[in-house]
Design a binder for this molecule. Structure first.
Ligand code: PEP
Ligand code: MG
Length: 551
């Protein structure tokens, strides 16, 4: 039995088999082969297996999602079968005497580059399909498991060197038990995703995780610890611990149906942060008062083309209809930084967290932004939609958005399409600039929501994803708490509500502080709602919290 310590980034216990996840082409070696004929044979066999595998994925996907979404796997088959593709690979193996994995990776990358340069948007978007198809074949050639993608009957623990948000979200919730990674940090989007999915997760494990593939493991998310090949005593111990953990969660279930109100009668809205439609279920089962943040950009990740207006409309409608009695706040896309996509022209940047992201991408891609706004407005007739703008730094950006909204409404009217004229428009306060001028911002919008994750990163100049600096990423810093106080006061002076939707919203040590500031809504990962509700209900706001006294 091997016992390893890392950093727990999502609580809970998982016991199961490890599946090592690899982005195949990143690990491809290049070497000369002695027998090119045999290597060609190996490539051709791999190609056949890849086709069978992709066809199976296509059949499975047809049962799970729409045919149009499943067709991607057939596209991958077509790419691998393409005569030019095959010819190039065979030439590299046969003439240059190089290994098949390298030949496929090289060919896929070269071909993908050609598509990336094309003028046509659709053809450009094939770029990532070509790389994906190549990856599948390389994995097979490397003899990496091509066993079925994890399914609900055989959920697995995913181990990986590092996971991007798009990769994390590509796993269906009930098919994964938890995550183990070498690289990661508490406040990265990937960790937030794991917490939202309610999956235990430990990062910064210093070991070759590929060696654990197929082995039994235990994840203790709270202690930041994993066991590989645990003995029977440890397994029994952890089954008991898991049961205790589940019982504790069951105790919290007593909060379901109770109002989110303090001992002395101050109300607060405790709402859910969600990222995918799959998360609706846990928002509902954890009795969220509302949806305070739907990170709409997740709809745009892990795909090779932009979701069109009707696809977006369907998604927004689904969330809104799931909360018929409460508001649903949908954030306009916060793409860029660690949430990159290939089908929009997002440049490779030296400092992407401070780069082309959020509203900046929307401003530069008017039609793209309008499509999202059209879908949102069309969805607004199904419930109480609120629209939240991200990474706003100045009032001009809000004015631009308002002009675009007018344009969108004009178009919808002309087309005879219905929308709600009273959709509330809000702004995320997640840069120090926005917090400092929040008096001006609050005059222009219907609500504000403080994004403490980015606000902490930018105020303290500490990259939220840099694990070496994690000790300095300190959201309790006086500067952050003061900024929250300023924003709350400015919002209330303008008569508009203020919410907090960063990870800090779920920190029960700060609940009395937030209540003292009269924060109107705290939005958090669904699994934390009941714990915070219990804290709210035992708080007396006549007692001034220490954090406030010190400011
Ligand atoms: C935040 O920055 O606090 C926030 C909620 O947005 P995200 O974590 O998605 O950047
Ligand atoms: Mg943010």
């Amino acid at each position: 039995m091997l016992e390893l310590y890392g950093r727990g980034v999502s609580n809970g216990i998982a016991i199961g088999t490890v599946e090592y996840y690899t982005n195949a082409s990143d690990n491809v070696l290049k070497y000369k082969v002695d027998d090119p004929k045999a290597e060609l044979e190996r490539y051709r066999n791999g190609l056949q297996l890849a086709k069978i595998h992709l066809q199976k994925l296509y059949d499975e996907a047809c049962n799970r999602v729409s045919k149009s979404e499943s067709v991607i796997f057939q596209t991958h088959i077509m790419i691998l079968e393409d005569s030019k593709f095959v010819e190039t690979v065979e030439e590299i193996i046969g003439v240059n005497k190089l290994n098949a994995e390298y030949a496929v990776t090289y060919t896929a990358k070269k071909l993908a580059e050609v598509f990336r340069e094309l003028d046509d948007d659709y053809l450009q978007s094939r770029y990532s399909d070509i790389l994906d198809a190549g990856n599948t074949l390389v994995k097979i050639l490397q003899n990496k498991k091509t066993r079925k993608t994890p399914d609900e009957d055989n959920p697995v623990i995913i181990a990986a060197r590092e996971l991007m948000p798009s990769e994390t979200m590509s796993f269906k919730k009930n098919t994964v038990l938890g995550f183990i990674t070498n690289i990661g940090s508490q406040n990265s989007h990937t960790s937030i995703l794991a917490r939202t999915m309610g999956l235990p997760s430990v990062t910064r494990i210093e070991a070759a995780l590929a060696d654990f593939d197929g082995k039994t493991a235990i994840i203790d998310g709270q202690l930041g610890k994993i066991f590989i090949d645990p003995d029977q005593t440890t397994i029994a111990l952890y089954h008991a611990k898991k049961e205790r953990y589940n019982k504790l969660r069951a105790t919290l279930k007593r909060q379901i149906g109770l109002p989110s109100v303090t001992k002395n009668g101050q109300k607060i809205i405790l709402s859910a942060n969600i990222g995918m439609l799959d998360d609706i279920e846990s928002a509902v089962s954890n009795d969220a008062d509302a949806v305070g943040l739907f990170r709409s950009e997740y709809l745009f990740l892990h795909r090779s083309y932009c979701p069109n207006e009707s696809e977006q409309l369907e998604a927004y409608k689904t969330v809104i209809k799931a909360f018929p009695k409460s508001s649903v706040t949908i954030r306009t896309v916060d793409l860029g930084a660690d949430k990159g996509i290939d089908y929009l022209d997002i440049p490779v940047e030296k400092n992407p967290a401070m780069g082309f992201r959020g509203i900046r991408i929307c401003l530069a891609n008017h039609q793209f932004f309008k499509t999202q706004l059209r879908a949102l407005y069309r969805a607004s007739v199904f419930g109480r939609l609120k629209i939240l703008l991200t990474m706003i730094n100045n009032v001009e950006e809000i004015e631009y958005v308002k002009r675009t909204i007018k344009e969108v409404k004009r178009e919808l009217r002309a087309e005879g399409l219905q929308y709600n004229d009273n959709v509330k428009l809000g702004v995320m306060i997640e840069t120090p600039a926005a917090a400092i001028i929040s008096d001006d911002i609050c005059k222009m919008v219907d609500f504000v929501s403080i994004g403490t994750n980015d606000l902490t990163q930018f105020t303290l100049a500490i990259d939220r994803g840099n694990n070496k600096l994690e000790y300095s990423y300190e959201p309790y810093h006086k500067a952050i708490l003061r900024l929250i106080k300023t924003v709350s006061e400015n919002a209330h002076k303008c008569g508009i509500p203020v919410s907090i939707c960063g990870e800090l919203a779920a920190d029960v040590k700060l609940t009395p502080f937030f209540l003292a500031l009269k924060i109107d809504e705290l939005s958090m990962i669904p699994s934390k709602i009941l714990k915070v509700r219990a804290r709210v209900r035992e708080t007396d706001t006549n007692i001034i919290p220490e954090q406030l006294k010190k400011l």
